[in-house]
Design a protein around this ligand. Sequence first.
Ligand code: SAH
Length: 232
Amino acid sequence: MKKIGIIGAMELEVEALKAKMTIENTVQKASMEFLEGTLNQTEVVIVRSGIGKVNAALCTQILCDLFQVSHIINTGVAGSLKAEINIGDIVASTDALHHDVDARVFGYPLGEVPQMGCLSFAADDHLLNLAVSCCKEVNPDISVYQGRIVSGDQFISDKKVKESLIENFQAFCVEMEGASIAHAAYLNHIPFVIIRAISDKADDSAEMDYPAFEKAAAAHSAALVEHMLPLI
Ligand code: SAH
C-alpha cells in the first residue's frame, strides 16, 4: 500500500503540510514527532527531522521501520550552485551525494563512502518526473531544474567553497540533509526524491539572503509536494 514519508529538516518546511493534513496518529521517537494521517487523499507520515545529516538519516530509518513507508520525499530549501538557478526556483534531485566525505587516500572518488559501491544515490524516476511536471502546474512562474544535490554538515556561504563544490561534483544545489535521506532510502530499497527551493546562492551573500527568503522558498517546495501526492 502507498504511504508517503515526508521529511523537512525545519518546522517551516513542513508546517503548511502539517496544518492541511488530517492527523490520525502522533508518535514520538528519537525526539521527533511523526504525524500519521492523510493529505490530499493520500496516506502520509510527516516529520521534522532536525537539521543535518545524522538527524535526517535517523528520521528516514524510523519512517522505514516504524511506519513502513512506500516512498520518501524530502522537502525544503537549499543554496544554488548554478548561476541560472535563482532564489525561489526549485531543484528536484536526479541523485544525491555527501560532499563532505573524503576517502581519496584509499582510491575512492571525493564524496564516495568507502565500500558502498556507488558515489551517489539515484532518485526514483517516477517521483522525479512528477516533481518536475507538477511544479510547472503549481508554480508556473518558477523555473524547475533536475540535477544532482549535494549535502554536508556545513552551511555554505563562501564563494571559494561554493566553487569547489561545483568543480568537484557538478551539483545544482547544496543543503545539509538530502544525501543522508537518499543514503538511508537506498539501503532500505525505498524510492525517494529530494525537492528543494532555493533560499540563497551559497556564496558571500547567503548570510543575508537565507533569512530573507527561506520562508517563501520552503512554502513553494511544500506546495509542490502536496500537489504530487495523489499522482504517486
Ligand atoms: N536558520 C537555522 C539554520 C539553518 S541551516 C537556525 O538558525 O536554526 C540551513 C538549512 O537550510 C539546512 O536545513 C540546509 O539543508 C538548508 N540550506 C539552505 N541553504 C544552504 C546552504 N547555502 N548551505 C547549506 N545548507 C543550506
